[in-house]
Design a protein around this ligand. Sequence first.
Ligand code: ATP
Ligand code: ATP
Length: 166
Amino acid sequence: EDEVLIIGSVLDLRDKPVSKVMTPIQDVFTLSMDAILDKETVDKILFHGYSRIPISAADNKAEFIGMLLVKQLITYDVDDALPVRHFNLSALPTISSDTSCLDILNFFQEGKSMQKHPTTDMSLTIPTLVLYIGHLALISSNPGGVGGALGVLTLEDVIEELIGEE
Ligand code: ATP
Ligand code: ATP
Protein backbone atom coordinates (compact mmCIF):
# COMPACT_ATOMS: atom_id res chain seq x y z
CA GLU A 1 0.00 0.00 0.00
CA ASP A 2 2.66 2.47 1.08
CA GLU A 3 4.85 1.33 -1.78
CA VAL A 4 2.06 2.03 -4.23
CA LEU A 5 1.60 5.54 -2.84
CA ILE A 6 5.33 6.26 -3.03
CA ILE A 7 5.65 5.00 -6.59
CA GLY A 8 2.53 6.97 -7.45
CA SER A 9 3.97 10.24 -6.18
CA VAL A 10 7.25 9.63 -7.99
CA LEU A 11 5.31 9.15 -11.22
CA ASP A 12 3.28 12.29 -10.48
CA LEU A 13 6.55 14.22 -10.60
CA ARG A 14 6.67 13.56 -14.34
CA ASP A 15 3.55 15.64 -14.87
CA LYS A 16 4.48 18.45 -12.52
CA PRO A 17 6.43 21.38 -13.97
CA VAL A 18 9.12 22.94 -11.75
CA SER A 19 7.23 26.25 -11.95
CA LYS A 20 4.60 24.70 -9.63
CA VAL A 21 7.01 24.01 -6.77
CA MET A 22 9.63 26.73 -7.16
CA THR A 23 10.07 29.68 -4.81
CA PRO A 24 8.80 32.66 -6.84
CA ILE A 25 11.44 35.24 -7.67
CA GLN A 26 9.81 38.00 -5.59
CA ASP A 27 10.38 35.83 -2.50
CA VAL A 28 14.00 35.02 -3.33
CA PHE A 29 16.80 36.65 -1.34
CA THR A 30 19.34 37.88 -3.88
CA LEU A 31 22.25 40.30 -3.96
CA SER A 32 23.82 42.38 -6.72
CA MET A 33 27.44 41.64 -7.63
CA ASP A 34 28.14 45.23 -6.56
CA ALA A 35 26.65 44.82 -3.08
CA ILE A 36 29.20 45.56 -0.38
CA LEU A 37 29.55 42.79 2.17
CA ASP A 38 29.74 44.98 5.24
CA LYS A 39 28.41 43.99 8.65
CA GLU A 40 24.89 45.14 7.82
CA THR A 41 24.67 43.02 4.67
CA VAL A 42 26.28 39.95 6.24
CA ASP A 43 23.84 40.24 9.17
CA LYS A 44 21.01 40.33 6.64
CA ILE A 45 22.37 37.18 4.97
CA LEU A 46 22.52 35.40 8.33
CA PHE A 47 19.04 36.61 9.23
CA HIS A 48 17.57 35.12 6.05
CA GLY A 49 19.43 31.89 6.73
CA TYR A 50 19.74 30.56 3.17
CA SER A 51 22.87 28.66 2.16
CA ARG A 52 22.85 29.89 -1.44
CA ILE A 53 22.27 33.40 -2.75
CA PRO A 54 21.62 34.16 -6.42
CA ILE A 55 23.76 37.08 -7.55
CA SER A 56 22.48 39.58 -10.10
CA ALA A 57 24.45 41.60 -12.62
CA ALA A 58 25.48 45.07 -11.49
CA ASP A 59 23.40 46.85 -14.11
CA ASN A 60 20.47 44.45 -14.37
CA LYS A 61 18.71 42.98 -11.35
CA ALA A 62 16.83 40.55 -13.60
CA GLU A 63 20.01 38.90 -14.89
CA PHE A 64 21.68 36.36 -12.64
CA ILE A 65 25.36 35.61 -13.07
CA GLY A 66 25.90 32.97 -10.41
CA MET A 67 25.43 32.22 -6.76
CA LEU A 68 27.29 32.93 -3.56
CA LEU A 69 27.69 30.02 -1.15
CA VAL A 70 27.25 31.49 2.29
CA LYS A 71 29.86 29.11 3.70
CA GLN A 72 32.46 31.00 1.68
CA LEU A 73 32.04 33.77 4.24
CA ILE A 74 33.33 31.70 7.17
CA THR A 75 36.80 33.23 6.95
CA TYR A 76 35.62 36.62 5.70
CA ASP A 77 36.19 39.75 7.79
CA VAL A 78 33.24 42.16 7.44
CA ASP A 79 35.58 45.09 8.12
CA ASP A 80 37.11 44.45 4.68
CA ALA A 81 33.77 45.58 3.17
CA LEU A 82 34.44 43.90 -0.18
CA PRO A 83 31.88 43.75 -3.00
CA VAL A 84 30.26 40.39 -3.83
CA ARG A 85 32.16 40.29 -7.13
CA HIS A 86 35.39 39.78 -5.17
CA PHE A 87 34.22 36.22 -4.39
CA ASN A 88 34.33 33.24 -6.73
CA LEU A 89 30.72 32.67 -7.61
CA SER A 90 29.34 29.21 -8.29
CA ALA A 91 27.37 28.50 -11.41
CA LEU A 92 23.62 28.86 -11.15
CA PRO A 93 22.12 26.47 -13.69
CA THR A 94 19.16 27.87 -15.60
CA ILE A 95 16.25 25.56 -16.17
CA SER A 96 13.18 26.02 -18.31
CA SER A 97 9.98 26.52 -16.32
CA ASP A 98 8.26 23.62 -18.10
CA THR A 99 10.92 21.08 -17.04
CA SER A 100 9.31 18.30 -15.00
CA CYS A 101 10.12 17.75 -11.34
CA LEU A 102 11.31 14.25 -12.23
CA ASP A 103 13.85 15.55 -14.73
CA ILE A 104 15.13 18.10 -12.23
CA LEU A 105 15.50 15.35 -9.63
CA ASN A 106 17.78 13.46 -11.98
CA PHE A 107 19.66 16.65 -12.74
CA PHE A 108 20.26 17.38 -9.06
CA GLN A 109 21.41 13.81 -8.51
CA GLU A 110 23.98 14.05 -11.28
CA GLY A 111 25.12 17.45 -9.99
CA LYS A 112 28.67 16.79 -9.02
CA SER A 113 29.53 14.43 -11.86
CA MET A 114 28.51 17.16 -14.27
CA GLN A 115 31.51 19.18 -13.20
CA LYS A 116 33.58 16.76 -15.22
CA HIS A 117 31.25 16.36 -18.15
CA PRO A 118 29.30 19.55 -18.72
CA THR A 119 26.61 18.97 -21.28
CA THR A 120 23.69 20.86 -22.61
CA ASP A 121 20.87 18.41 -22.94
CA MET A 122 17.13 18.91 -22.74
CA SER A 123 16.48 22.43 -21.57
CA LEU A 124 19.25 22.39 -18.99
CA THR A 125 21.96 24.95 -19.48
CA ILE A 126 25.11 24.45 -17.48
CA PRO A 127 27.86 26.98 -18.01
CA THR A 128 31.07 25.16 -18.84
CA LEU A 129 34.35 25.73 -17.00
CA VAL A 130 32.47 26.83 -13.90
CA LEU A 131 32.03 24.42 -11.04
CA TYR A 132 28.45 23.61 -10.30
CA ILE A 133 28.27 23.20 -6.56
CA GLY A 134 25.12 23.00 -4.56
CA HIS A 135 21.59 22.21 -5.46
CA LEU A 136 19.99 25.48 -6.48
CA ALA A 137 18.59 26.10 -9.94
CA LEU A 138 17.19 29.24 -11.50
CA ILE A 139 13.84 28.70 -13.20
CA SER A 140 13.51 30.82 -16.30
CA SER A 141 11.00 31.46 -19.04
CA ASN A 142 14.02 32.17 -21.23
CA PRO A 143 16.70 29.56 -20.40
CA GLY A 144 20.03 30.30 -22.00
CA GLY A 145 19.03 33.90 -22.55
CA VAL A 146 19.22 36.96 -20.36
CA GLY A 147 16.39 37.71 -17.96
CA GLY A 148 13.15 35.81 -17.61
CA ALA A 149 13.88 34.57 -14.07
CA LEU A 150 10.67 33.22 -12.54
CA GLY A 151 12.02 31.65 -9.37
CA VAL A 152 14.49 29.26 -7.79
CA LEU A 153 14.26 25.60 -6.97
CA THR A 154 16.22 23.35 -4.64
CA LEU A 155 16.19 19.64 -4.04
CA GLU A 156 14.13 20.31 -0.93
CA ASP A 157 11.25 21.72 -3.00
CA VAL A 158 11.09 18.50 -5.03
CA ILE A 159 11.45 16.22 -2.00
CA GLU A 160 8.69 18.13 -0.25
CA GLU A 161 6.46 17.57 -3.24
CA LEU A 162 7.33 13.90 -3.11
CA ILE A 163 6.64 13.22 0.57
CA GLY A 164 4.18 15.99 1.33
CA GLU A 165 1.78 14.43 -1.13
CA GLU A 166 -0.27 12.05 0.97
P1 ATP B 1 20.50 24.03 3.19
O1 ATP B 1 19.32 23.31 3.79
O2 ATP B 1 21.33 23.20 2.26
O3 ATP B 1 21.29 24.82 4.19
P2 ATP B 1 18.76 26.26 2.47
O4 ATP B 1 18.11 26.15 3.81
O5 ATP B 1 19.36 27.57 2.11
O6 ATP B 1 19.85 25.13 2.20
P3 ATP B 1 16.95 24.57 1.04
O7 ATP B 1 16.82 23.80 2.30
O8 ATP B 1 17.61 23.92 -0.12
O9 ATP B 1 17.71 25.96 1.33
O10 ATP B 1 15.55 25.13 0.56
C1 ATP B 1 14.56 25.57 1.47
C2 ATP B 1 13.60 26.49 0.75
O11 ATP B 1 14.21 27.77 0.57
C3 ATP B 1 13.19 26.03 -0.63
O12 ATP B 1 11.82 26.29 -0.81
C4 ATP B 1 14.02 26.90 -1.58
O13 ATP B 1 13.37 27.15 -2.82
C5 ATP B 1 14.14 28.17 -0.78
N1 ATP B 1 15.36 28.98 -1.03
C6 ATP B 1 16.64 28.55 -1.18
N2 ATP B 1 17.48 29.59 -1.36
C7 ATP B 1 16.72 30.71 -1.31
C8 ATP B 1 17.00 32.13 -1.40
N3 ATP B 1 18.24 32.61 -1.61
N4 ATP B 1 15.94 33.00 -1.28
C9 ATP B 1 14.68 32.53 -1.07
N5 ATP B 1 14.36 31.21 -0.99
C10 ATP B 1 15.37 30.32 -1.10
P1 ATP C 1 26.01 21.00 1.32
O1 ATP C 1 26.04 20.25 0.02
O2 ATP C 1 24.61 21.34 1.78
O3 ATP C 1 26.95 22.14 1.40
P2 ATP C 1 27.83 19.08 2.48
O4 ATP C 1 28.58 19.11 1.20
O5 ATP C 1 28.54 19.45 3.74
O6 ATP C 1 26.50 19.95 2.42
P3 ATP C 1 26.19 16.82 1.86
O7 ATP C 1 26.22 17.25 0.42
O8 ATP C 1 24.91 16.82 2.58
O9 ATP C 1 27.26 17.64 2.73
O10 ATP C 1 26.80 15.38 2.00
C1 ATP C 1 27.87 14.94 1.15
C2 ATP C 1 28.56 13.75 1.81
O11 ATP C 1 29.45 14.25 2.85
C3 ATP C 1 27.63 12.76 2.51
O12 ATP C 1 28.11 11.47 2.24
C4 ATP C 1 27.74 13.10 4.01
O13 ATP C 1 27.54 11.97 4.83
C5 ATP C 1 29.20 13.57 4.06
N1 ATP C 1 29.46 14.56 5.13
C6 ATP C 1 28.70 15.61 5.54
N2 ATP C 1 29.28 16.27 6.53
C7 ATP C 1 30.45 15.65 6.79
C8 ATP C 1 31.53 15.86 7.71
N3 ATP C 1 31.51 16.85 8.60
N4 ATP C 1 32.57 15.02 7.63
C9 ATP C 1 32.61 13.98 6.77
N5 ATP C 1 31.65 13.73 5.87
C10 ATP C 1 30.58 14.55 5.87
